[in-house]
Design a protein around this ligand. Structure first.
Ligand code: MN
Length: 357
């Protein structure tokens, strides 16, 4: 069984004969949004036929939304399919099967159950059994006739009180649950939960976030614990549609940031390039160490960058110039081109000559 990714749901599943039995009488169906486990019984491989007939009836039922009547009708059809199958010589008379079916739609799951295959839900790392077994042990337990410990090792723990294929009247228990992003569901046949207690199942699930890895690990753990019965598991990780669009929103946000940064960098580069070209064709005069200095470029900084190249330091002292000119030269006087700069320098020199003459 390979992992399949559905919209908002990822699933892992596995079925195994176990270590003792000769046949695998369990059947499973993974047909998003429908997930079914059936654990057949009847001896001489008739259980295989019963569970397969049940699963096939569900496959045909076209269950694609949370409708309790559709689900109950599918249970009834599966029941009839087994009864008719037995009459037609498929399997054996008296063959039967458990059935645990889950339909998931958006943030809800609907479970139908007959027998002792289970549905569990894991929320915030805590595993909880959703279904109640239709078994002798469960009845003795709930009526207080035996203790939890006695239930675990009860000689009749595999006796179920309800099954498909026994008679025409079949009543499935149904459960409806609200699902949240990050929830996980586990459907399993009793070959899992008779070999592992709930804490062990929980711990295996926690160790395996991937649903297929979890399904494989659960089956392996049940086999290591003895594998007395067939083991079938379906693990469903719920990644709600909301969570998906949330992830999409995050991706879009990051894309926008990257695009913004790129555009910003391009604009800055263009601005720097523009200033550089402009500076190349500009000139200014400035007072440095009392001398008038000619620069190509622009006075001041642009985002911490200087666009200026010294052209020449003249012999003119600012003290030789008028106070106004000297004052302006402190911050630099933009003069347009280098030619202009040279002309102004010549003017200064002429003025100085005049005053000293
Ligand atoms: Mn079983």
């Amino acid at each position: 069984m390979s992992k399949k990714v559905y919209s908002g749901i990822s699933v892992g599943s596995r079925t195994d004969t176990g270590e003792i039995r000769e046949h695998n009488e369990d059947s499973l169906l993974v047909k998003d949004p429908l997930f079914v486990i059936a654990d057949g019984m009847g001896g001489h491989a008739a259980g295989e036929v019963a569970s397969e007939l049940a699963v096939k009836a569900f496959e045909k039922a076209e269950i694609d939304s949370l409708d309790i009547n559709t689900l109950k009708r599918a249970v009834a059809e599966a029941n009839i399919a087994i009864l008719r199958g037995a009459q037609a010589g498929l399997g054996r008379m008296g063959m039967g099967t458990t059935l645990t079916a889950a339909v998931i739609e958006k943030d809800s799951v609907l479970v139908a159950q007959v027998g002792d295959s289970r549905a569990y839900i894991m929320q915030n790392g805590e595993l909880r059994q959703v279904t109640r077994d239709h078994s002798l042990v469960e009845e003795l337990l709930s009526s207080g006739q035996i203790t939890e410990e006695e239930a675990v090792n009860h000689p009749n723990r595999s006796v179920i009180t309800r099954a498909l294929g026994i008679d025409n009247n079949i009543q499935a228990d149904t459960y409806e649950l609200r699902l949240h992003d990050g929830d996980r569901m586990l459907l399993c046949s009793d070959g899992l939960n008779t070999m592992l207690d709930d804490e062990e199942i929980e711990s295996v699930l926690l160790k395996n976030p991937d649903p297929q890895a979890a399904a494989d690990a659960l089956v392996e753990a049940a086999k290591v614990a003895g594998g007395f019965d067939n083991i079938t598991v379906i693990v469903i990780n719920i990644n709600s549609v909301d969570a998906q669009s949330e992830a999409k929103r995050k991706r879009r946000f990051i894309r926008n940031i990257v695009a913004f940064v790129l555009v910003f960098v391009l604009l800055i580069s263009a601005a720097i390039g523009g200033i550089y070209l402009y500076a190349q064709n500009s000139a200014f005069l400035i007072a440095e160490n009392d001398r008038v200095v000619v620069y190509r470029g622009l006075p001041g900084d642009f985002m911490g960058l200087k666009f200026r190249w010294i052209e020449k330091t003249t012999d003119i002292s600012v003290t030789q110039l008028s106070e106004t000119v000297a004052g302006n030269l402190k911050n630099g006087i933009e003069v347009g081109t280098l030619d202009n700069a040279n002309k102004i320098i010549t003017d200064y020199e002429n003025q100085i000559k005049k005053t000293t003459r």
